[in-house]
Design a binder for this molecule. Structure first.
Ligand SMILES: Cc1ncc(COP(=O)(O)O)c(C=O)c1O
Ligand SMILES: N[C@@H](CCCC[NH3+])C(=O)O
Length: 415
């Protein structure tokens, strides 16, 4: 990713040296590149030129208002999974008519909130949710536009924790049940059937399962049409993977979308996509400082000031993130366990990384723009990191580092 590159032996985000960001905003700190964010969205928009299509960025991947606002300004919509994400997206300038609402556990209050905002579509994930939505919409005198999230039962060939399109997953409506449920939806007075939706998993590096899922969904679309149920849009979900390490490669947006658009050609269906990771993952890094080096007989530990509470992916999925020095130094590389200060043996960011290190060195944990800050926590009463968005030669603070007092501000001692 050229947005993060060495210049004169120092790692930069666009035109700004990461060392300067560390000095100004402290570490740990998330750093995003505006150019990389916009280029990632444009890759989709370019492929979709001339199509009736809407890219709904999956807010869960990174919900910083600065990022949401950049995408909204470029015409993107949003895929949300909670009332909180709805409020965030609207605060960032989203057009409610470009919002789709996914998730298996929408509460009545969240439904009311989304109906009041006037969102594009509810992606309904079960029969009882459909009934509840009908009731809620009736109680506020509205009709709720819906898609059913249909589970095509294809194997996304990804990590089991982030695979969602198999029968055994909690998501969506079973393929075999979809037709009957659509008939029910069409008969409900406060529901308007708008589309169909499917999302089969995350970090997919093989585009074939997407095409397999679409074939199954299109069969259903035809069956529905034969039944007199005509859909306005088809939502293909998100899930396109990114490259995390040199060993793997990720498909281009063109090789992912090309076969899907070919299958959809000639059909009068608006296309909705819900990419998350692909738009933000490689546009962000986590900047951290080496606090201590603790070489040992069995393992060498480099203890850094970022931890599993800042970036949970390694601890949670054994995920790989490249770790690169901000100012590479000459000298012999040693194999280091890159670990944080949290009191868990699982608190690591990388195992056995060959690096030449000294205390005080800055490291960049790469590809941390997706499911990084969004999944961070305050475990060990650690304030969450600052977030900085770099635009050319300027670094903007888009989220201040949390103050410790704010972490217990809502707590009370007994009288
Ligand atoms: C319904 C839905 N849409 C979109 C996404 C975004 O996925 P990704 O970040 O893999 O593109 C997810 C998360 O997997 C999801 O559950
Ligand atoms: N949190 C996961 C992705 C979850 C996808 C959400 N539906 C990750 O970091 O890879």
């Amino acid at each position: 990713m050229t947005s993060f590159a060495l210049k004169n032996g120092r790692l930069h985000a666009e035109g700004v040296a990461l060392a300067d960001i560390a000095e100004r905003f402290g570490t740990p700190c998330y750093v995003y590149s505006r150019t990389a964010l916009e280029a990632a969205l444009d890759e989709f928009l370019d492929q979709l030129k001339g199509c009736d299509a809407l890219v709904c960025y999956a807010v869960k991947a990174n919900s910083n208002l600065g990022i949401l606002n950049l995408f909204a300004r470029r015409g993107a919509g949003f895929d949300i999974v909670s009332g909180g994400e709805l409020q965030r997206a609207l605060a960032a300038g989203a057009d409610p008519q470009k919002i789709v609402f996914s998730g298996v556990g929408k509460t009545a209050a969240e439904m009311e909130q989304a109906l009041a905002a006037g969102i594009l579509c509810f992606n309904v994930e079960s029969a009882p949710e459909l009934e509840r939505l009908n009731e809620v919409a009736g109680s506020v005198g509205k009709k709720a536009p819906i898609s059913l999230r249909v589970n095509p039962n294809v194997d996304a060939k990804t990590h089991p924790y982030i695979s969602t399109g198999l029968k055994e997953n909690k998501f969506g409506v079973a393929y075999e049940d979809a037709l009957a449920l659509y008939r029910r939806a069409a008969a409900l007075p406060h529901i308007e059937v708008a589309g169909i939706d499917s999302h089969i998993g995350s970090q997919l590096l093989d585009p074939a399962p997407f095409a397999e899922a679409l074939d199954k969904i299109l069969q259903l679309v035809d069956q529905l049409a034969a039944d007199g149920i005509h859909l306005h849009h088809i939502d293909l979900g998100g899930g396109l993977g990114i490259r995390y390490s040199d060993e793997e490669s990720a498909p281009s947006v063109k090789s992912y979308l090309g076969p899907l658009l070919a299958k959809l050609a000639g059909r009068k269906l608006k296309i909705v996509l819900e990419p998350g990771r692909r738009l933000v993952g490689n546009a962000g890094l986590l900047l951290t400082k080496v606090e201590y080096l603790k070489p040992g007989e069995v393992k060498n530990f480099a203890i850094v000031d970022a931890a599993m509470n800042d970036l949970a992916r390694p601890a949670l999925y054994d995920a790989w993130h490249d770790i690169v020095p901000v100012a590479p130094r000459a000298g012999e590389a040693k194999s280091w366990e890159i670990v944080g200060p949290v009191c868990e043996s699982g608190d690591f960011l990388g195992h056995g990384r060959p690096l030449a290190l000294a205390p005080g060195d800055l490291l960049a944990i790469m590809s941390a723009g997706a499911y990084g800050m969004a999944m961070s926590s305050n475990y060990n009463t650690r304030p969450r990191a600052a977030e900085v968005l770099v635009d050319g030669d300027t670094a903007h603070l888009v989220r201040a580092r949390e103050a410790v007092e704010s972490l217990y501000a809502l707590e009370r001692t007994l009288p």
